[in-house]
Design a binder for this molecule. Structure first.
Ligand SMILES: NC(=O)c1ccc[n+]([C@@H]2O[C@H](COP(=O)([O-])OP(=O)(O)OC[C@H]3O[C@@H](n4cnc5c(N)ncnc54)[C@H](O)[C@@H]3O)[C@@H](O)[C@H]2O)c1
Length: 331
């Protein structure tokens, strides 16, 4: 199963959307994307707005959204639109997956991270107090409209987060690696990343095989995200760097440095020493929550060469011991 990805300019997107102007149009929108949208959507009574999507990606707001759309007369034939970053598309996708036993949905990602990752692949979810994305489903969007014009208002830290996830693709695909090191435009790199993920998902929708490679950098990345409270892609970039260092993958680490430079990312912000507080116990305990864990073994995605990854299973307790022994984690 694969999403229908369309790359378009804002005016072309508006033309698409205008087809629904006089009919029923239901949407969940991040308020930070509001000014990018046509006036009729900005004032539509059928829009459920999210002010802080990551904080609202929970069961309480999910219940409010269900009630809102049922009151507005949503039906089995309706389509739900999602405009926002990955937190909004995850949330809206889960609403679409479950309301009236599932309706169609369309994703319009508005952050770089959502364009290359979050909105593609049909994994939809809400967070629980026990952890992120613990309640969810697989529900593929009918379409994903990717419009780089939304990125003009993206703050620096969200650019950095998106580019952090781009780094991951640079290890998974030789073609994307070449685009990065030759400093191709970020729009073209983003398109290549989105297409790459779409193809992997088509071959392995339910993650029984190669989709696990998309988890590269995420085992430590999720732990950094939780411990340091930093954006997802920033944490993934750190997850890649420290996985390579801990596992002694020197060539992969030097490629990480080459790509960080080519993407004009600030290398010092990916060092543990950059952060004033880092609690090694919170960090290593978080690894227990890794969803890719089998019994008490972690499934680490590692890099052999650019474009060639593999999975290595390690006992959680051995990996935790490695982390505790690694110098930079102690400081
Ligand atoms: N389903 C998946 O496969 C998948 C994959 C990766 C990440 N995710 C999820 O995606 C989320 C992270 O995605 P994200 O980084 O896009 O987070 P996000 O949706 O929280 O957006 C990041 C910030 O950017 C703001 N924003 C959105 N669009 C903007 C715009 N055009 N201009 C200015 N600000 C804008 C948001 O309000 C937010 O403050 C997490 O919840 C993660 O779990 C899901």
């Amino acid at each position: 199963m694969k999403s229908n990805l369309t790359y378009l300019k804002k005016l072309e997107l508006f033309k698409e959307l205008d087809n629904f102007k006089d009919g029923q149009f239901f949407a969940i929108v991040d308020v930070k994307a509001k000014n990018h949208l046509p006036q009729w959507i900005q004032f539509s009574p059928h829009v459920f707005w999210l002010k802080n999507p990551e904080e609202e990606k929970n069961l309480e707001t999910y219940g409010q959204a269900l009630e809102f759309f049922l009151r507005q007369g949503i039906s089995r034939g309706s389509t739900l639109y999602a405009f926002g970053g990955g937190a909004t598309t995850d949330f809206a996708g889960y609403v679409a997956a479950t309301i009236l036993r599932g309706i169609k949905w369309v994703a319009v990602p508005t952050t770089l991270l959502a364009m290359i990752d979050g909105s593609i692949g049909g994994k939809v979810a809400v967070n629980m107090p026990q952890g992120k994305n613990l309640v969810g489903s697989f529900h593929m969007p009918e379409k994903v409209f990717i419009c780089g014009d939304f990125l003009t208002s993206l703050p620096e830290k969200e650019w950095m987060s998106g580019k952090g996830e781009v780094l991951k693709y640079g290890f998974l695909s030789e073609e994307i690696h070449k685009l990065i090191v030759s400093k191709t435009s970020i729009e073209d790199i983003a398109m290549a990343c989105a297409n790459f993920k779409n193809i992997v998902v088509e071959r392995d929708f339910k993650e029984n095989g190669e989709r696990i490679y998309l988890n590269l950098g995420h085992t430590l990345g999720h732990a950094f995200e939780y411990t340091l409270k930093i954006p997802h892609g920033h944490a993934v970039a750190m997850g890649l760097k420290y996985m390579f260092k801990i596992m002694g993958l020197h060539e992969a680490h030097s490629q990480w440095e080459v790509m960080v430079k080519a993407l004009a990312l600030p290398a010092e912000k990916f060092e543990i020493s950059y952060f004033s507080k880092f609690d090694i116990n919170t960090f290593s305990d978080y690894l227990e929550q890794d969803k890719k864990k089998l019994d008490s073994r972690l499934r680490l995605v590692l890099v052999k060469n650019i474009g060639i990854c593999y999975v290595e299973e390690v006992a959680l307790k051995d990996f935790k011991a490695k982390i505790h022994a690694y110098g930079e984690f102690k400081s």
